[in-house]
Design a protein around this ligand. Structure first.
Ligand SMILES: [Zn+2]
Length: 148
């Protein structure tokens, strides 16, 4: 067996420490406060990013909805259905809609990664994506080496 529990790991003082934590509330509170201070910058950044992504998500959904409503109107209008110009416009609308849907799924993916705590990590190598890159492209999934 590679692992043998030794006396130091199974320190009989450990249960005593744990009990001390429960009784002595102040030391627990202090530990928590220190952790919060430590995480604050990251947390603030995550919050700001989430806000940004959610705003973009809402905007994309609205754009898609408007586009869908317009498109539906065109499709229902038989008189114009065979007009070349309208057909071209419908094609453009479809192209735009698929681009919007792509952006929306990128945004939703980034939000999921925020929830999972993997936001800002390259999906290939797991390295942190640079702040400058994330600022320019908040939905970036890859580091500079694995982009494109
Ligand atoms: Zn990478």
């Amino acid at each position: 067996m590679p692992f043998e529990p030794d006396a130091e790991v199974a320190d009989p003082a450990a249960p005593g420490d744990a009990a001390g934590y429960v009784v002595d509330g102040s030391s627990t509170a202090e530990t928590q406060r220190a952790d919060e201070m430590h995480d604050q910058t990251d947390q603030a950044r995550v919050d700001a990013t989430r806000e940004l992504l959610e705003a973009e998500q809402a905007q994309l959904r609205r754009q898609l909805q408007e586009l869908g409503a317009e498109n539906q109107g065109m499709e229902f209008d038989d008189n114009f259905a065979d007009s070349g110009q309208v057909a071209a416009e419908q094609g453009e609308a479809r192209t735009l809609a698929s681009r919007l849907r792509e952006q929306l799924s990128d945004v939703e993916r980034a939000l999921t990664k925020l929830d999972e705590g993997t936001y800002g990590l390259c999906e290939v190598c797991g390295e942190r994506i640079s702040d400058a890159r994330l600022e320019a492209m908040p939905t970036a999934r890859y580091c500079i080496h694995h982009a494109g």
